[in-house]
Design a protein around this ligand. Structure first.
Ligand code: SF4
Length: 317
């Protein structure tokens, strides 16, 4: 198992990273590296540097801490969530190349301790519920649960760690009165943030869409990440609701892991292949239903026709 600064660089939230930072002073170079780290998160760039010297490694760890300070000062959901998603994906990439001991050590940082029963890996239910993703594959109904322990695979364990990292990073303590270099770094970053205005969000009124769709739009407004099924469901629904690809892509630009190229391709694909909008029963299996509308399909929502006509009038169809 890799230890010391090498481990701390890859897992900058770990106790050993905190220990490595002891005595390190914040300086302009570290803050510039933090800005770079945050900008890379906005682009979904997971590349990592080759660091030869211990001093470089310490600065790299400090850039993570400085990035968190900037985020704690800015309180910008889009930036924070983009950072959390990118850093957690980087961790997952590292874990894929680690030995079992290292994966266990990183998992233990979040209290994820697996056991084994009958040759299968398992973890306790509360930890599983805390860190499992919203993908239907992780729903308890699709799991073997024995004596309060949930069966998982080794790959799923790494996915739980990724989710734990994302959740950990998303909780950024408020930094009320940071040093001036942090304040000016924050200002610089805000000026460079992409415009994430979406007309779909800006113009939506209560009752325009069924509760499941309104809830997803609300989550997007807060720049929260959405699972794959939610994206496909929302795209097919908005296409059926008369929205054009530009409007839908603009909406997805509010997600922290947005890629215009991928989104345009996927929305175009859903339109070309004429994906059916999921029925209420299917939306329920995705874990996205949040009301009892008794309409069989979100497409039977009472004001959908009015919304379509409005989209045609406003040229968003
Ligand atoms: S009942 Fe259907 S339309 Fe209503 S929230 Fe659930 S999935 Fe959406």
């Amino acid at each position: 198992m890799e230890e010391g600064l090498g481990f701390a660089v890859k897992y900058p939230f770990s106790a050993s990273a905190k220990a490595a930072l002891s005595g390190t002073e914040l300086n302009e170079r570290i803050v510039d590296m933090a800005i770079e780290r945050l900008k890379k998160a906005l682009k979904g760039d997971k590349s990592v540097k080759m660091l030869l010297h211990d001093s470089d490694r310490k600065e790299e760890i400090a850039s993570y801490a400085a990035a968190r300070m900037i985020l704690g000062h800015l309180r910008n959901n889009f930036l924070t969530n983009s950072f959390a998603v990118n850093e957690s994906k980087k961790v997952h990439d590292h874990l894929d190349k680690e030995d079992v001991k290292t994966v266990d050590a990183v998992a233990a940082e979040f209290g994820i301790v697996s056991g084994s029963a009958g040759g299968k890996m398992d973890i306790d239910l509360p930890t599983y519920l805390k860190f499992s993703t919203r993908n239907p594959h992780y729903r308890l109904i699709n799991r073997r649960l024995i004596c309060g322990r949930v069966e998982i695979t080794y790959d799923e364990k790494k996915r739980l760690v990724e989710e734990a990292v994302r959740k950990h990073i998303e909780i950024i303590p408020l930094v009320k009165d940071p040093p001036d270099i942090i304040k000016s770094a924050g200002k610089k970053l805000v000026e460079e943030l992409p415009k994430t205005e979406s007309r779909i969000i800006a113009n939506v009124k209560e009752g325009d869409h069924p509760p499941c769709v309104m809830r997803l739009l609300e989550e997007m407004k807060k720049h929260q990440n959405l699972p794959h099924q939610a994206r496909v469901f929302l795209s097919s629904y908005l296409i059926a609701a008369g929205m054009n690809d530009d409007e839908i892509t603009g909406l997805f630009s509010m997600l922290p892991d947005f890629s215009e190229k991928v989104t345009r391709y996927q929305v175009g694909h859903i339109r070309r292949k004429e994906y059916n909008v999921a029925s209420c029963a299917t939306v329920m299996t995705y874990g996205l239903c949040c009301a009892v509308c008794k309409i069989g399909s979100p497409l039977n929502w009472h004001s959908l026709d009015d919304y379509r006509k409005k989209a045609i009038r406003e040229g968003t169809a």
